[in-house]
Design a protein around this ligand. Structure first.
Ligand code: MG
Ligand code: MG
Ligand code: MG
Length: 308
């Protein structure tokens, strides 16, 4: 079999990068030729994790062709994947998201569980194959769990994520809390980013209830007010996306990772869907969403159920 390219979603987060590296490592140890790739820039949080465990970033990949054999991690929706993904041969998927718009021409290995992080599933795959996880890779996998679960505070976090994180911490000799806080904090330094960059750091375009094209972006911060001083320019950047991507809804979540709340900025012709979904009133395109931190568990399904 030819080379397998392993990659996560566009606007890669720590899980997408860590999962690509970890699964390429596992496949290589199983005798395959596999290499990790990334579909965008490395975030500051991910950079912190890669530096800490002394692992290089994967090579950038933008599009694939029919000659490519690929493994998707941390996503399955074609809109979130490499350009032309429908032409490639998909060998395997390891994911923890809803399955949407995904289809293959041939049988596929598909490993999915509704847990907090793809790396939690990968930990089980290493075990099932009796492959020892190298300490540096274990540290990176732990970083992904901390990132996706906001240090176990997100409602997406399961007991299994906590258990696996403990094991990975042991293998990588990492103090979960002190390392985790330092890593999350590294991701909240937004000063060097333009507003256009901020709305694309962690962004997903999804179709809600088959009819509403929505972009849902998230930035993590320790100080919502600090980010809100840039509101006018953030809205300018979002309005550009509404035009160029033909969005019905553009939702930016400014998430306070210390107190686990989000301030939302909402634009687009279906902005009222956010009001309906959370029983809030938008004032100057913004509302405070108490306790909302997870796009996957508290935003996409809630918007979907209120749009139907
Ligand atoms: Mg992700
Ligand atoms: Mg993930
Ligand atoms: Mg995420």
């Amino acid at each position: 079999m030819e080379k397998l390219l392993v990659f996560g979603h566009k606007s890669p987060d720590t899980d997408s990068i860590a999962s690509s590296i970890a699964l390429a490592c596992l496949q290589t140890k199983l005798g395959k030729t596999a290499e990790p790739r990334r579909l965008g820039n490395i975030s500051k949080e991910t950079e912190f994790a890669l530096n800490h465990f002394k692992i290089g970033a994967p090579e950038l990949l933008t599009s694939v062709s029919e000659d490519d054999n690929v493994i998707l991690v941390d996503h399955n929706e074609p809109d979130q994947s490499a350009d032309n993904i429908k032409s490639a041969h998909i060998y395997m998927v390891v994911d923890h998201h809803r399955v949407n718009g995904f289809e293959t021409a041939e049988p596929v290995y598909y490993y999915a569980e509704p847990v907090g992080c793809t790396c939690t599933i990968l930990y089980k795959l290493f075990n099932q194959n009796n492959v020892t996880i190298p300490a540096d890779v274990a540290g990176l996998m732990l970083s992904a769990i901390i990132s996706d679960t906001l240090l176990f505070k997100s409602p997406t976090c399961t007991d299994l994520d906590r258990e696996v994180a403990e094991k990975l911490a042991k293998i990588s000799n990492t103090d979960i809390n002190s390392y985790g806080l330092a890593m999350l904090k590294a991701g909240t330094d937004l000063s060097s980013f333009s507003e256009e960059e901020l709305v694309n750091l962690d962004a997903k375009v999804v179709t809600i209830a088959d009819k509403i094209k929505a972009k849902i972006s998230q930035v993590n911060t320790a100080d919502i007010d600090d980010v809100m001083t840039r509101k006018a320019k953030l809205e300018e950047a979002m309005n550009k996306d509404v035009e160029s991507l033909g969005l019905d809804l553009d939702l930016l979540l400014i998430t306070d990772i210390i107190n686990s709340n989000s301030q939302a900025i909402v634009l687009g012709s279906h902005a009222d869907l956010v009001e309906k979904s959370y029983s809030v009133k938008l004032e100057n395109n913004t509302a405070f969403l108490e306790g909302i931190v997870s796009r996957k568990k508290q935003v996409i399904p809630v918007l979907t159920s209120h749009a139907e």
